[in-house]
Design a protein around this ligand. Structure first.
Ligand code: FAD
Ligand code: MLT
Ligand code: ZN
Length: 472
């Protein structure tokens, strides 16, 4: 092993190779400090060639590689599990961003580029990259692509996958696939880049991407409303869809308890009295007349009795203040102690019944826990996180299993946008049809026959230990 580590240090230089425990520590635990692992070294390459050289050396010595971007993932995907010899490969020195092309509406970035910086570069030429998450000051392009991140604008613009036009990937044997194309249409052969989007580093390492931009919208209108129940929120969604159509860019739900958590832990105050639930709506357009259209829709909603109280931002400053309430929910939750993340999506018509099931089961299973419910109602994705309180740690897997069972029973997904990481792998194996797991294993076998790319994460291991409960 010493010769192997020396080889890596030689190829990456002293700044690209960390092996002291203290220097490695931040790379060995996740943002929430829920997962901690060990690694032989942390690698910090500066180029695709250095990534490829490191991967070749790891492949020759049978050492696993855990890719890491901004380390903001919420499923432990970027933390080594340490069951076999592994290194962490951080992309945090590959941050170059190309000049945006305002006519072709594309931008190129290296995998370690921070989302916020790429968005600012695009905005500099009147274009936008409308992927929007509260962690955008740290999350990287490579991490977003590897997790196929969602966020608050999916309703209008789609997931990260919808922005990727071209990809450069280092394969498990160290070969480089250069697909940095700017094409919106390309049916010459199959679209291989899709395999790497959302596969959480289990098939290869993303080193650069070409992203599609959209025109910068000139007007936006943001409202925070309080409502009595989920049914009112869904009626409101439907009303806004009828009246504003594609102009709706976000339709976010925040439970009253989640808002109180933000107020208590982040020093912010909601300027609207509570009614059980809050909805934050954003509409945007380049055409004039957006604000009167939103006002008219709100008036109809008030007349129909859908809204208890509400405010419409009168300035960009007020719009940002309303958004801050939503963007601080994750931080407020982290400050409230240990919690279990549940990132679920369901057919929208099933959400009400699912929340009813959840509330009843929590009363039965974990009465001292507290649900923290919020998320992207417009696209059927809710975060039904559970703040544990005095709940015994031994119950964690039981609670998560129970939530996932309820989701699957109603035709939902156990991960809408955060991915499986190490956290959801056991339940994915338990609840996913065998035929799907076999397909994942076949792809893994073809792309990473030695099982060295992000071992234990993202897709099933080569020889899964399936529980007896797998549905066929
Ligand atoms: P990391 O955490 O470093 O890695 C995530 C996964 O991608 C790991 O499996 C890792 O191995 C793999 N990976 C990273 N880089 C590469 C690469 N170059 N090549 C191959 N694999 C790679 N997510 C959402 O989808 N929607 C949200 O609204 C959202 N909000 C969030 C809010 C907060 C406050 C926080 C802390 C997180 C939020 N997240 C959200 C989760 C997280 O920010 C996203 O998953 C993000 O895409 C992760 O990017 P990252 O660079 O931090 O990746
Ligand atoms: C968000 O939407 O803010 C995050 O994806 C959710 C979370 O922190 O669980
Ligand atoms: Zn989310």
């Amino acid at each position: 092993m010493q010769g192997f580590l020396e080889g890596l240090r030689e190829r990456l230089g002293p700044a690209g190779f960390l092996s002291e425990q203290e220097a490695m520590a931040p790379y060995l635990t996740d943002w929430r400090k829920m997962f901690t692992g060990s690694a032989l070294a942390v690698l910090r390459p500066t180029s695709t060639e250095q990534v490829a050289a490191a991967v070749r050396l790891c492949a020759a010595h049978g050492v696993g590689i855990v890719p890491q971007g901004g380390n903001t993932g919420l499923a432990g995907g970027a933390t080594p599990m340490g069951q076999t010899p592994q290194v962490v490969l951080s992309l945090n020195r590959m941050t170059a961003i190309g000049a945006p092309d305002p006519v072709g509406m594309v931008i190129e970035a290296q995998a370690g580029a921070i989302l916020q910086n790429v968005k600012e570069a695009a905005a500099g030429c009147g274009r936008q990259l409308p992927i929007s998450i509260a962690a955008e000051g740290s999350a990287t392009i490579g991490g977003l692509i590897a997790t196929n991140a969602g966020g608050v604008n999916v309703l209008r613009y789609g997931m990260t996958r919808d922005f990727v036009l071209g990809l450069e990937v280092v394969l498990a044997d160290g070969r480089v696939l250069n697909g940095l194309k700017q094409l919106r249409k390309d049916n010459a052969g199959f679209d291989w880049k899709q395999l790497f989007i959302g596969s959480e580093g289990a098939f290869g390492i993303v080193t650069a991407a070409i992203l599609r931009l959209t025109p910068q919208t000139r007007h936006r209108s943001v409202a925070l409303l309080s409502l009595r129940d989920l049914a009112a929120a869904l009626n409101l969604l439907s009303l806004f869809q009828d009246r504003l159509g594609e102009a709706i860019t976000a339709f976010e739900l925040i439970a009253d308890d989640a808002m109180r958590l933000v107020e208590a832990n982040c020093g912010l105050t909601a300027p609207v009295s509570g009614g059980g639930w809050y909805v934050l709506i954003e509409a945007s357009s380049s055409l004039d007349g957006l604000v009167p259209a939103v006002e008219a829709a709100l008036e109809v909603a008030f007349d129909k009795g859908l809204i208890v109280d509400g405010t419409l931002a009168a300035s960009e400053h007020q719009a940002k203040a309303l958004w801050a309430l939503r963007e601080h929910v994750t931080e407020a939750e982290a400050r409230a102690g240990k919690s279990l993340k549940h990132d679920v999506s369901l057919p929208i018509g099933q959400l009400g019944a699912f929340l009813g099931d959840l509330s009843q089961s929590l009363k039965d299973f974990a009465p001292s826990s507290r649900a923290n419910i919020f998320g992207h109602l417009g696209d059927g994705n809710l975060h039904t996180n559970i703040i544990l309180g005095d709940t015994p740690p031994a119950l964690c897997d039981v609670i998560t299993g129970m939530v996932h069972d309820l989701v699957v029973a109603r035709g939902g997904s156990i991960s809408a946008e955060h991915g499986l990481g190490q956290y959801r792998m056991p339940d994915w194996q338990r609840l996913t049809p065998g035929s799907e797991q076999d397909l994942a294993a076949a792809l893994k076998g073809a792309l990473d026959p030695k099982g060295l790319m992000n071992p234990g994460k993202g897709v099933v291991e080569l020889h899964p230990q399936r529980s007896g409960q797998v549905q066929s």
